[in-house]
Ligand binder design. Structure first.
Ligand SMILES: [Zn+2]
Length: 189
């Protein structure tokens, strides 16, 4: 008789308790994945590419403010900051750094009426497509297309720390030595 009870409880355990336990574990696993996805989504929404689709660019020499699409602006920046015959990966890295720097500037404004200016001594270098093409001697359109491709292939990418864009300084030539930003501009190390 005792054996019957043992079998009966074992049967109950296998049929009801075990599946319930397994299902619960599975639900937890799913909700963890959902939490992670939600967190990822949140980060993306905070820094969604579209949020910074258009920027206000101040032309330092004329004092005019122009509204431009961010990626279109980045093509002008990349073509001003780096020679087009550099490797594509270098141009792509430049595009990401320039995008990060631009978005940092949008969030930490230096100019009252604009997000960023085209003076490299103040914000970030910029050259119009027209002027850029005029300075290249051959394969003008192919060269411009290469820059556009590099910007497009890094679309939406930027460098963040604690989910905030970093102040992405860059230079064309360090003269063989570098200095800690804190020793030049102050702030925290
Ligand atoms: Zn500026």
């Amino acid at each position: 008789m005792k054996k019957v009870f043992i079998y009966f409880f074992a049967f109950l355990f296998i049929c009801f308790v075990l599946p319930a336990l397994l299902t619960k574990t599975e639900i937890n696993a799913i909700s963890n994945t959902n939490d992670e996805k939600e967190e990822e989504k949140q980060i993306l929404e905070n820094y969604t590419y579209n949020q910074y689709g258009t920027i206000r660019l101040l032309h330092a020499d004329t004092n005019e403010v122009e509204e431009v699409a961010l990626d279109s602006y980045l093509c002008n920046v990349v073509s001003a900051e780096m020679p087009v015959d550099f490797e594509k990966e270098a141009l792509k890295a430049q595009a990401i750094v320039a995008r990060t720097y631009t978005i940092y500037k949008i969030k930490n404004k230096k100019h009252d009426n604009a997000d960023i200016c085209d003076d490299s001594n103040c914000c970030q270098a910029w050259i119009s497509k027209e002027d850029r093409l005029a300075r290249w001697e051959e394969d003008k359109e192919a060269k411009w297309n290469k820059i556009e491709e590099c910007v497009k292939e890094t679309q939406g990418k930027m460098i963040t720390y604690n989910n905030e864009p970093i102040n992405a300084f860059f230079h064309s030539n360090s003269g063989g030595k570098t200095e800690l930003p804190v020793d030049v501009w102050g702030g925290r190390q």
